[in-house]
Design a protein around this ligand. Structure first.
Ligand code: DGT
Ligand code: CA
Ligand code: CA
Ligand code: ZN
Length: 582
């Protein structure tokens, strides 16, 4: 069992005891131990070495706690914790996490109103029941409703796009503090994970107190959770947690590495270090007591004879092994993209005119786009009928001619004729072949009947793949982050069929999609699949969604050769031409 989980167990014991009204010092002992353990660089299971006595050397850990840790690291369970949970309603622990509600109130609400879940608490507050309880009133009831909203917002993970935005704002603010010598962000955001739990910021300063004071005064701070000598945590008004750590300059690289994670990657590197007779933690790399590296991340990897592993790969999905064999992928970059193959215009549910869209992409340095307005579909506004597509083609031809006249001054640019065609529940495409065959690009997507069984959905998609005009499978999982789970589908079968048939899997860069999943991309690449990285833009400014798409591609280990829209237009069309002839 790792430190984080052990800390959680102790935190839970502390909380339960507190709600039950146990002795304050007992409660505090568990809470303090939880904090100490969660902040430790070294894993308890490594420190333990078969002797509980070793653990008693840690601050705040006495004999009793040491024995509990021993139980946890050896068996993954703590008897006392299990006993407590048997007689305790776990919903009460959730309620305790709501801002402003302490153990006394949890107890009160439960005993008086039977409130043992967040939902029941919300209902009781809405029904005006809380205000009637002792020491409560209308105002405190209203405050609980506000805190509940905050709680729910915070319990969701942030979208990558939102996290980047918040990070930019707070770094900009922190740069205004003259005592900050060095400033970087780490955590899952640096790994460009699709969703972010909290923001992690690191800095170097000789005046820690001043920096911490400055940090908690950020105008968007709603709540200061902790303000300490090395770490402070705040909740922003939008419900996002930000952790700031001040670290020694000579340890900056080691801290960046440690707090970039992932935890699993850290564990893998630590094991690797151990095999080489070294120790690595957030302060540096050590041989015996002597620190031999830590100022930069690069020197840490180098010390182990490894090439630099980019943060997007640090998920313990084989990157250590690949690094050791000098087989890390040469990741695809945004600059490699020559076009965007999934773009909507005002003809369906987008907002811009074809000419404006094309010129914007051209001026940004791209060589082509595919206009892929929707076919008529449930839940999609303004889907195009065959007749409307024919009209659109005339418009595309017209704009392409204009663009040709504007070149070579501005560089060559071509708009491809495409569609995002719905895959109907029975697996047919809702446009006739006579239309599809005149398209350069056919993105086939599922936009309806998401609740089919895995077998039905897989058959539905595989049937659509049989249509020889389909070039790519749009947003393959169908999930919407924080809104809709992926539909059930056998992704392995889908990947195999796509490889066989030369259909590309799309990486949709829309912030709420980021779809196909990074780990499916990695599996698919290993099976020889090709991909497109698209924006799915519905407005010109959304061209930048390609950046998010690229981050997913990188997290899926994709290289330039794996992504079709890094090809020149001629080579791209040739790739699919083969398939149409068969
Ligand atoms: P998030 O915030 O849930 O999106 O994910 P992260 O990866 O940003 O996680 P966070 O903020 O809890 O911690 C930042 C990094 O600190 C994490 O990626 C790795 C490191 N870290 C945190 N806890 C532990 C731990 O118990 N053991 C090790 N080895 N590393 C940890
Ligand atoms: Ca984080
Ligand atoms: Ca954090
Ligand atoms: Zn779509």
């Amino acid at each position: 069992m790792d430190n984080q989980r052990i800390a959680q167990v102790f935190q839970e014991i502390g909380d339960i005891l507190e709600i039950q009204g146990a002795n304050r010092f007992r409660v505090l002992a568990y809470q303090k131990a939880a904090l100490t353990i969660s902040e430790m660089g070294e894993e308890l299971k490594d420190l333990y070495k078969g002797e509980a006595k070793e653990l008693e050397k840690l601050p705040g850990i006495g004999k009793d706690l040491a024995l509990k840790i021993e139980e946890l690291v050896t068996g993954g369970k703590c008897t006392y914790h299990q006993e407590l949970l048997k007689k305790f309603d776990k919903g009460l622990l959730d309620i305790l996490r709501v801002r402003g509600i302490g153990p006394k109130k949890v107890k009160l609400f439960f005993e008086e109103l039977g409130v043992n879940s967040i939902e029941k608490l919300r209902k009781a507050a809405k029904d005006g029941k809380l205000r009637e309880l002792p020491k409560m009133g209308e105002k405190s009831e209203a405050e609980i409703l506000v805190a509940l909203d905050e709680f729910e917002k915070h319990s969701e993970r942030m979208m990558l796009s939102e996290a980047i935005h918040q990070k930019d704002l707070i770094l900009e603010y922190m740069k205004g503090c003259k005592d900050v010598k060095k400033l970087e962000y780490a955590g899952s955001l640096r790994r460009m994970k699709e969703t972010i739990g909290d923001l992690d910021i690191l800095c170097v300063s000789d005046k820690v107190e001043k920096v911490m004071d400055y940090f908690v005064k950020y105008e968007h701070v709603a709540n200061v959770i902790a303000q300490g000598a090395t770490k402070s945590s705040v909740i922003l008004d939008i419900g996002v947690q930000v952790d700031l750590r001040v670290v020694p300059a000579e340890s900056f690289g080691a801290a960046m590495h440690y707090f970039t994670g992932s935890k699993e990657h850290n564990v893998a590197l630590r094991d690797y270090a151990k095999k080489h007779g070294m120790k690595v933690n957030e302060y540096g790399v050590f041989k015996g007591e002597k620190m031999i590296a830590g100022k930069t991340e690069k020197e840490i990897y180098k010390l182990f004879g490894l090439p630099y592993i980019p943060p997007v790969l640090r998920e313990n999905r084989g990157e250590m092994e690949a690094a050791r064999k000098k087989k890390l992928p040469k990741l695809v970059e945004f600059e490699d993209l020559k076009g965007d193959l999934h773009v909507h215009s005002e003809w369906s549910d987008g907002v811009d005119e074809i000419g404006d869209i094309a010129r914007a992409y051209r001026d940004a340095g791209f060589e082509y786009i595919a206009l892929t307005d929707h076919s008529p579909a449930v839940g999609v506004a303004n889907g195009l009928t065959p007749d409307r597509y024919k009209k659109q083609w005339k418009e595309i031809d017209k704009v392409n001619k204009e663009l040709e006249k504007e070149s070579p001054k501005k560089g060559e640019f071509v708009i491809l004729k495409g569609t995002e065609c719905d895959i109907m529940p029975d697996g047919s495409l809702n446009l006739p072949d006579s239309i599809l065959k005149k398209m350069d690009i056919v993105v086939a997507s599922v936009h309806s009947r998401f609740k089919m069984s895995e077998k039905e959905m897989t058959e539905r998609v595989l049937k659509a793949f049989k249509n020889p005009y389909v070039t790519q499978f749009g947003h393959p999982s169908g999930r919407l982050i924080n809104q809709r789970e992926p539909y059930a589908i056998d992704m392995n079968k889908v990947i195999e069929a796509a490889v066989d048939l030369g259909i590309a899997l799309e990486i949709d860069g829309q912030p709420s999609r980021l779809d196909i999943f990074d780990y499916h991309a990695k599996i698919a690449k290993e099976k020889g699949a090709k991909f497109t990285v698209d924006s799915d833009a519905h407005a010109i400014g959304q061209m930048q969604f390609l950046h998010y798409g690229i981050s997913v591609a990188q997290r899926g280990w994709l290289e330039k050769e794996d992504v079709l829209n890094t090809l020149s237009l001629k080579k791209l069309l040739k790739f699919w031409e083969k398939r149409r002839r068969t």
